[in-house]
Design a binder for this molecule. Sequence first.
Ligand code: TXA
Ligand code: MG
Length: 310
Amino acid sequence: MKAPIHSAADVPALAARLRAGGLVAFPTETVYGLGADAGNADAVLAIYETKGRPRFNPLIVHVADLDMARRFAAFSPLAERLATLWPGPLTLVLPRLPDAQLSDLVTAGLDTVGIRIPNHPLALALIREAGRPLAAPSANPSGKLSPTTAEQVVQGLGTRVPVLDGGAAESGVESTILKVSGDEVTQLRAGAFARADIEALLGHRILVAAANAEISAPGMLASHYAPEATLRLDAAQPSADEAWLGFGNCPGAALNLSASGDLREAARNLFAMLHDLDRTAKRIAVAPIPHHGLGEAINDRLARAAAPRG
Ligand code: TXA
Ligand code: MG
């Protein structure tokens, strides 16, 4: 698969690439997404590496239909009503099902999942053919503009990632993100789906997260994963009352993110191990993690998890 830009005829080959853990950029009605199998941690990590994204934000899971969505999220009657707006530029943040086959890196350790059915025939064809939910942020290098054409994807990411060409994206603005909890609906990010149309469907106003919490500081969302335990970072040694989360050679560590010092392995283990230790320990000491490569994202998440809560 050499030429970076592909047409509908290549959907089966691109779907096979996704099933094998590869990345594929694909069109949606909002912007082009950089997609990976949401159940494959290594594939999801490749998204971060390819974008040069310095922190682990939760990613939106793209599915082809409501049946597929129900495998990952719990739909309350309120969520069911909002889902009648699919397919479309609307992401619903819903409780993640405990047995959902999703990498922890997709949900960034949260017990919720952001999910949507994109309104683009090629996106839907690709997801169906792959038979997998696709985690996908916008297909641009971190900090750059979101791409609305296949050519822009190639300009930004180069020729490493094949792009399914679906023409110019209709809206150029990312999806509107709504969090549904209990009987409350909160807009976390304004986007391509007008709030007025959502309110018209529901017959009442919805809450709006302060100052677009999503855009200004995605990792600072009130719901971002923070352990109950106290975290101490850069801990070359644990004290007696601490459980030590190791990295590299850490004899006596309660758990080790990667005994061999592999940052990919550490990233894969990060949220699951924090959860595990949080169940048993009041204090967690985390070994120093080098700051290069995926270490930047790991350290960003750890710093946020360790920050005092207000
Ligand atoms: O239009 C779009 O939504 C595009 C296309 C490709 O679908 N995707 C997109 O993804 O904009 P991204 O990664 O730029 O934005 C995803 C944002 C995250 O930054 C996060 O704030 C929010 O969605 N999000 C995802 N899952 C969440 C969750 N469980 N809880 C809170 N926020 C979540
Ligand atoms: Mg983006």
